[in-house]
Design a protein around this ligand. Structure first.
Ligand code: APR
Length: 240
């Protein structure tokens, strides 16, 4: 299977990677839906990752995100992040809000669900602020309009950032190889990119520790081991 996937990648002209929480799991960042370790196992996602939850208790929501920020700040990129960063020819769309791909050297990751490293004004006045994830601020007011500042991430029920979504939609439609890494593919519209890529004729390669319903070449195992093998440069062929 790995040889088939590497052969497909070798001939690809528009390869795209689409990642989820499984990409960062080996860096110690909990995924969302794994029962015993997932972030949602201990919290009600709707209470914390939703506009209603923030309105009800902004201090709790910011405290929860700050805990995740400190965890990201103390984590390190894993070999899968580094392998992706090393392949400038492979576009990378992620659902993840951590900055591990960037810390591995990636420069143009499409963040569909926003980034933990930024706050934005909850009233939408446009104020954004880069924050230190190792020492994130507690709940504070926007210095432009006085409303609370909030993590610049997409909450349940919210629209995805237009620019990121447009770019991801275009990349998926044009991809000739679409590498799905560490996602349960349950959250839409992000998961719909997999269908769009397949419909556009892309060869699907699925990297996951468990078999998934997604079609395509299934590479079952940890991303930190499989992705570097999948993306390592191919030796020039004899007829090259
Ligand atoms: N290597 C590869 N895959 C892994 C690994 C690993 N080391 N560890 C876990 N996985 C897989 C799991 O089998 C699962 O399929 O990663 C996937 C993680 O799924 P989720 O926890 O549902 O995370 P994700 O798919 O990214 O969730 C999508 O949902 O909660 C929202 O906004 C949040 O971006 C998130 C979105």
């Amino acid at each position: 299977m790995l040889d088939d996937a590497r052969a497909a990648l070798r001939d690809a002209t528009r390869p795209v990677a689409f990642s989820g929480a499984g990409l960062s799991a080996e860096s110690g960042i909990p995924t969302f839906r794994e029962a015993q370790t997932g972030l949602w196992a201990r919290y009600d996602p709707m209470a914390l990752a939703s506009p209603e939850g923030f309105t009800a208790d902004p201090e709790l929501v910011v405290a929860w995100y700050n805990d995740r920020r400190r965890r990201v700040a103390s984590a390190q990129p894993n070999p899968a992040h580094r392998a992706l960063a090393g392949r400038r020819d492979v576009a990378h769309i992620t659902q993840n809000v951590d900055d591990l791909a960037e810390r591995a050297g990636a420069t143009d990751v499409v963040h569909l669900h926003g980034s933990l490293g930024w706050d934005r004004c909850s009233a939408g006045c446009g104020r954004r602020r880069l924050i230190d994830m190792a020492d994130p601020p507690s709940l504070y007011a926007c210095n432009r309009c006085g409303h609370w500042m909030r993590p610049d991430v997409v909450w349940f029920g919210e629209q995805l950032p237009f620019t990121a979504w447009s770019r991801a939609d275009e990349l998926a439609a044009e991809a000739d190889v679409f590498i799905v890494i560490g996602t349960s593919a349950r959250v839409h519209p992000a998961a719909g990119l997999i269908t769009a890529a397949g419909a556009g004729g892309a060869e699907l390669i699925v990297v996951n520790i468990e078999r998934t319903p997604a079609h395509g070449i299934q590479l079952t195992g940890p991303a930190g081991e499989i992705v570097p093998e999948l993306l390592k440069p191919t030796r020039p062929r004899s007829d090259d």
